[in-house]
Write a protein that binds this ligand. Structure first.
Ligand SMILES: Cc1cc2nc3c(=O)[nH]c(=O)nc-3n(C[C@H](O)[C@H](O)[C@H](O)COP(=O)(O)OP(=O)(O)OC[C@H]3O[C@@H](n4cnc5c(N)ncnc54)[C@H](O)[C@@H]3O)c2cc1C
Length: 482
């Protein structure tokens, strides 16, 4: 039975960040992910904001890790070739009472170490955010807020971790964990998965919405995960310059409110709602959600129209009380919970990874640095994000860059083949990596061609090509030419 030093349950941004951080050390590390591909959990459906740290409860873990994560994300993005754009954000006030609230947020955030905060007036807003309602009387400007593609970040972290010898077991659901008697004070676990059994000295539970269930497998109770649904609506790229910053209203008790978001791929996004639900798989969107989002964002940007919306989705925040739960569990020595990673979990991930590293060290894991840690990753080419002349040069070098498969998002056959070489095995995996199928036509033009490329490259029949893993096949049976 294969044995690892550290087993990580969950291949979202938390598990990926921990895996990449630990891959600096001489350790045998495995990530177990139940889905067919990485980043198919909460990490695929969020707003992609690297928050500055202005809206967290002072004294909370979230507050500390968010500010630190924001800082670390810049270096990590540079090393991994991930597009991180520091666009800045505005929390907008419409009444004198809200303006006073902003002053309070500013003071608390400065105490947390959020840099560069300043109050801006209507004249500043008119100049820098011309589509903002002229009813806004002030805003709190946070220059360090950034945006990334959340799934491309996870893929980059995992690709780099794999290059540094982390093993990824995909489609491997952890079903049972047994704590074995510790040998020489070193803990041991037996991990039963849907694809075989393994041993590990330490287990990191980064299972997102299912972290409560995985924790119970190791005999650790004490918290439940409640899914808090956020519905989000993506606007057409023709509205790309609708906003120049991420716009927040004043935060509510349970969320940062409903935002107008500049995204790393250009389409503005509006949302998310925040409502607790009972089903961990309920990713439905609703007319009420749409109404709630439109009503709220129109207060900030009155020109947003329903027919600007080209796509919608929802995500579920894994909520376990008000804060993250990141701790070594003394009742199961060697078991570390990283649970309740709701927002700002994307931002905090690099700081969470450092915290987990320190917890492992404090609990007996010896951390010896590898002589060669490959910290850089070769960045992939995306035609949609490079200047025309560079695209021309690429096409001259390799004609398949000129073979455009997705016309809405300008994605070539070469990019799709590269995505498959880098690990995509499903249509969604290709969409998240390349944006093919993410445009206005929702893949009606390109899906058949992408399926063909996927079938050819993976040597599978079309009937085995899926949207997001088993049970989501597109074609029932292949028909001949007759
Ligand atoms: C609508 C919305 C908007 C958000 N916006 C932002 C934002 O702008 N900025 C920000 O910082 N944060 C944001 N967040 C929060 C952020 O998305 C999450 O905190 C983060 O993605 C959590 O990552 P994770 O890796 O902990 O969980 P996940 O991404 O869910 O990863 C957990 C993984 O564990 C796997 N798993 C579960 N059970 C098992 C098992 N038994 N065996 C094997 N694998 C298992 C799952 O399949 C999953 O892939 C938002 C969240 C939502 C819902």
């Amino acid at each position: 039975m294969k044995e690892y030093d550290v087993a990580i349950v969950g291949g979202g941004v938390t598990g990926a960040s921990v895996a990449r951080e630990l891959s600096r050390y001489r350790l045998r590390i495995a990530v177990f992910e139940k889905e067919e591909e990485l980043a198919f959990g909460v990490s695929k459906s969020n707003s992609g904001i690297i928050h500055s740290g202005t809206q967290n409860q002072p004294g909370s873990l979230k507050a500390k890790l968010c500010v630190r994560g924001n800082l670390l994300m810049r270096r990590i993005s540079r090393e991994l070739g991930v597009d991180f754009k520091e666009v800045g954000s505005l929390i907008v006030a419409f009444t004198e009472e809200e303006r006073l609230e902003l002053l309070k947020i500013k003071k608390e955030s400065e105490a947390l170490g959020v840099p560069g905060l300043r109050m801006v007036d209507p004249a500043w807003l008119k100049k820098h955010e011309p589509n903002l309602s002229d009813k806004a009387i002030a805003a709190l400007y946070a220059p360090t807020t950034g945006i990334v593609s959340p799934y491309r970040l996870v893929y980059a972290l995992c690709e780099n971790a794999a290059g540094n010898e982390v093993e990824f077991h995909l489609g491997s659901k952890v079903k049972k964990i047994i704590s074995l008697p510790a040998a020489e004070n070193i803990p041991r676990f037996k991990i039963f998965t849907s694809k075989g059994d393994f041993r590990a000295r330490y287990v990191i539970n980064a299972a997102g919405l299912y972290a409560d269930e995985v924790s119970k497998m190791a005999g650790v109770g004490g918290f439940e995960i409640t899914p808090r649904k956020g519905e989000e609506f993506l606007l057409d790229k023709k509205r790309e310059h609708l906003v120049n910053h991420v716009l927040y209203p004043l935060p509510t008790k349970i969320s940062k409110g409903i935002l107008v978001i500049k995204t790393s791929d250009g389409n503005p996004m509006i949302g998310p709602t925040a409502h607790d639900v009972s089903d961990k798989e309920d990713l439905s969107t609703s007319d009420e959600g749409l109404r709630e989002v439109l009503e709220n964002v129109k207060k900030m940007i009155p020109t947003i129209r329903e027919d600007d919306i080209i796509a919608y989705f929802s995500g579920l925040r894994p909520v376990a009380g008000h804060d993250f739960i990141i701790r070594h569990e003394a009742v199961a020595p060697g078991f570390i919970n990283v649970a309740g990673i709701q927002s700002p979990g994307l931002t905090s991930a690099p700081a969470v990874a450092l915290m987990v590293r320190d917890i492992l060290k404090d609990n007996g894991l010896s951390l010896r640095k590898k002589i060669f840690f490959h910290k850089y990753r070769r960045k992939e080419n995306h035609l949609f994000s490079i200047p025309f002349e560079k695209a021309g040069k690429l096409i001259k070098k390799d004609a398949s860059y000129g073979d455009i498969v997705c016309r809405c998002e300008m994605v070539s056959a070469k990019e799709i083949r590269d995505a498959i070489d880098r690990g995509a095995t499903t249509l969604d995996g290709i969409k998240f990596r390349t944006r093919a199928q993410a445009g206005r036509c929702h893949g009606s033009f390109c899906t058949a061609r992408i399926m063909k490329i996927l079938a050819e490259k993976t040597d599978k029949p079309l009937t085995e090509i899926t949207k997001r893993g088993k049970g989501s096949e597109i074609v029932k049976e292949e028909r001949g030419n007759d």
